[in-house]
Design a protein around this ligand. Structure first.
Ligand code: MF3
Ligand code: CO
Ligand code: CO
Length: 247
């Protein structure tokens, strides 16, 4: 079921999304080589709690941490651990926050120290994929135009678009309908309506689009071991465009 949010509900989502944005800013100011991914999670956890909010990931389907921290070849759902961040790594930190019963969800891929031009380009193109997707997005746009825009941009750079995972609706639940793929045929899919809130989250691989899941049941890795990047925002569809709630 796809839910359309009323202005009061949107105001509450704005608040949750603002906390996500600030938490990511805080991570960006503090993340550095030598830290473990568990230390990144601790920063995230403390910041969210200090805002009077709850990290939705903690305990979600048994996930053991307050955010996902995915390094290099890890595409998404990296479990914070003793893995040490090294100079040259790219690290995506994906944060979902609940406050007053409403969710916000966003992800950034951070550069640790001196990152190769090749990896920097992957991170930049992944962000661009998001902005291409929202360029003409508004009430009435067919859903799969989003994926078409992401896929066209990523593949024009020779990258692989992850298909096994998608964006999603969001509201009182972290994951609501509809599913928002990062690939698709222009002009197809349901038409979006004003008041819908969705997460658009390109997951882009330097090599093959294929991914594998580790034995821990969470960590999603590129099948070829090459790097991946992830960028996500919670977006409100309006009559004449979008409002990016986590930016
Ligand atoms: N934030 C993720 C998303 O973008 C989901 C988190 S999975 C969890 O959909 F297990 F960490 F909760
Ligand atoms: Co997310
Ligand atoms: Co999401």
């Amino acid at each position: 079921m796809i839910t359309v949010k009323n202005p009061q509900q949107i105001a509450l989502m704005r608040e949750s999304c603002k906390i996500v944005k600030e938490t990511l800013q805080f991570v960006g100011e503090n993340i550095k080589a030598g830290m473990t991914t568990k230390e990144v999670d601790e920063l995230v956890h403390r910041y969210i709690i200090s805002c009077g909010a709850t990290p939705s990931s903690l305990g979600y389907c048994g996930f053991p941490a307050s955010c996902c921290v995915s390094v290099n070849e890890v595409v998404v759902h990296g479990i914070p651990s003793d893995r040490v961040l090294l100079d040259g790594d790219i690290v995506s930190v994906d944060i979902t926050v609940e406050k007053n019963g409403w969710q916000g969800d966003a992800c950034r891929t951070f550069l640790i120290g001196n990152v190769s031009e090749e990896k920097k380009k992957l991170v930049k193109v992944t962000e661009e994929c998001f902005f291409k997707a929202i360029e003409n997005l508004k009430a009435g746009t067919p859903l799969y135009d989003i994926g078409y825009a992401v896929q066209t941009h990523a593949e024009s750079h020779g990258y692989g678009v992850v298909r096994a995972l998608t964006g999603h609706g969001i509201g009182q639940e972290m994951h609501e309908d509809p599913s928002v793929p990062n690939y698709g045929k222009k002009g197809t899919g349901m038409r979006l309506r004003a008041g819908m809130t969705i997460c658009i989250e390109p997951m882009i691989n330097m090599g093959t689009y294929k991914v594998v899941t580790a034995r821990d049941g969470w960590t999603v890795l590129t099948a070829d071991g090459k790097c991946a990047a992830h960028y996500e925002n919670t977006v409100l569809i309006t009559e004449d465009g979008v409002e990016i709630l986590t930016l």
